[in-house]
Structure formats: C-alpha cells, structure tokens
Design a protein around this ligand. Sequence first.
Ligand SMILES: NC(=O)c1ccc[n+]([C@@H]2O[C@H](COP(=O)([O-])OP(=O)(O)OC[C@H]3O[C@@H](n4cnc5c(N)ncnc54)[C@H](O)[C@@H]3O)[C@@H](O)[C@H]2O)c1
Length: 261
Amino acid sequence: MTFTNDQFRLDGKVAIVTGAGGRGNSIGRAYAFGLSNAGAKVVIADLNADGAKVVADEINAAGGNAVPVQVDVANEASTLAMARAAEAAFGGVDILINNAALMVDISYDNIETISLEAWNRAFAVNLNGALLCSRAVIPSMRQRGGGRIVNQTSGGAFPAIGLYGISKLALVGLTTTLAKQFGKENITCNAIAPGNVTSDAGKMLVPDDSPFIKFLEMTVATKPRGAPDELVGAALLLCSEAGKWITGQVIHVDGGWVMRP
Ligand SMILES: NC(=O)c1ccc[n+]([C@@H]2O[C@H](COP(=O)([O-])OP(=O)(O)OC[C@H]3O[C@@H](n4cnc5c(N)ncnc54)[C@H](O)[C@@H]3O)[C@@H](O)[C@H]2O)c1
C-alpha cells in the first residue's frame, strides 16, 4: 500500500485526553485540539470539571465534536465511569492519551524527608492513573479491532531526579508493558517525553527568569522551550494509521535536550 498523508487523519475515531481541562494553556488542550482537527471526536477528561467544559466548548465552537467528563484518574470507579461516558457519547474508544499528572502540585522535597503520603499520591495519579485509564478503555479498543495509547512522560525522567522524574520513569515501564501485552490485539502504546514546555503549568514551575532556562539554553540542541502545540505532531503520529507499526517507544519532543542513541 502506498503511503498517503490521509494516514494521519482520525476521522471516525474517538479519543480520550486526560488532563485536558486544567490550567488554560495546557498540553492536554493542545492534544485535544490537534486530535479534533484531524477528525476525531474527543472526550475532555479532567478532575477540573469546569475547565473540561471550557475546553470542550472551545472545540465545539471551532467545529469539532467534544464532550467534557470529570474524572479522577487515581480512582478506578471514576475511570470506569469515564470510559462509559465516552461509550455513551461516541460509541466507544480508539485513542487514549494519558496526560493527566501532578507536576506543579507534587512534592519536590528531598528524598530523605519527603512524606510517604506525597510519594503515594504522586504515584496514584502519575502512574496508577495511566494504568486505570488504560484498563478502563482496553475492552472497547479490543472490540473495535485495536487502539492507541499514549502516555505522557517527561524529559525530567532521563535521568529521574526526585519524585516527579521517578513517577514519569515508572510510566515508561508501564508503556513497554502495555505495548508487549496488547500488541497482537493491534493496540499500541508509546510515550511522549516533552522537554520544557510553556504551558501555564510549565511557566508556573519554570518562570521566564528561572536559572533553569539559562541551563537549558546551554544544554538543548535547538531552542530551550517549546509551546504545547509543538507536541501535537508526535501525538498525531502515534495515534494514527501512520504510526501503526510504532509501539513501546519514547518519543522525545524537546528540541534535542535528552538524546538517547
Ligand atoms: N509543562 C511542561 O514543561 C511539561 C514537561 C514535561 C511533561 N509534562 C507533562 O505534560 C502533562 C501536561 O502538563 P501541563 O503542563 O499541561 O500541566 P497541567 O497542570 O496544565 O495539566 C495537568 C492536568 O492534569 C489534571 N489532573 C491532575 N490530577 C488529576 C486527577 N487525579 N485526575 C484527572 N486529572 C487530573 C489537572 O487538572 C490538569 O488539567 C503532564 O503529564 C506533565 O507532567 C509537562
């Protein structure tokens, strides 16, 4: 079969993007718009119900087809309800982007003093959340003949320094495990590892005058920071027919910060 650009289209597909309804300019919002512009119907899933509605309304106003769903990805019953809501709205699920995470609201305490409560909460959201959301939608993907799962990891996991990076590195283990276990069922699972992104949350964590920006300027091969939109191309590849033979991979979208031979 000859390759055509149509293989990037997602017409008729149903996608869930978790963490797409939070802080205004977010990566999840950019993913949701990107998938919608490629033709997918989109479920905007977030703990923040009002934020999810705002993004769904924006997508619908732009001519897309989106519904908001409140979900706590760390709660199994809530993830199952999210999957049921997607099925009720659009008939099933083909694509899941596990993007929800604690990043700003996570403990950056020293590993010697960090509380176990903070540790467990981070893993409950950043790792277990992706597990629970994946398990909630895999039956629907299987029924529809396959699916695509994308886990949002981070350049901060390479190497992991501190709780955030550790939780994101663990997510890579979940990614390869899901890829191995469900590959024969035409369900792929990959991860995107962004560098420093100018989402509202990213700017809260790393303000423009942060010394970390100076460090990145010296380290990153191209520009040190990217906008949420600059991650969308990788997501479209991994979610579409064009990327069907890619699984178990981490795609670094970071201007050349983390380079792995
Ligand atoms: N911004 C960056 O520089 C950067 C870099 C690398 C990776 N990332 C990752 O990209 C993703 C999005 O980041 P962002 O910058 O858009 O941040 P963000 O804080 O705007 O997005 C995170 C979203 O997750 C939601 N969320 C938190 N806990 C939840 C829960 N229990 N259930 C459901 N939703 C929940 C929040 O409401 C929020 O909408 C995160 O996974 C983050 O770790 C961000």
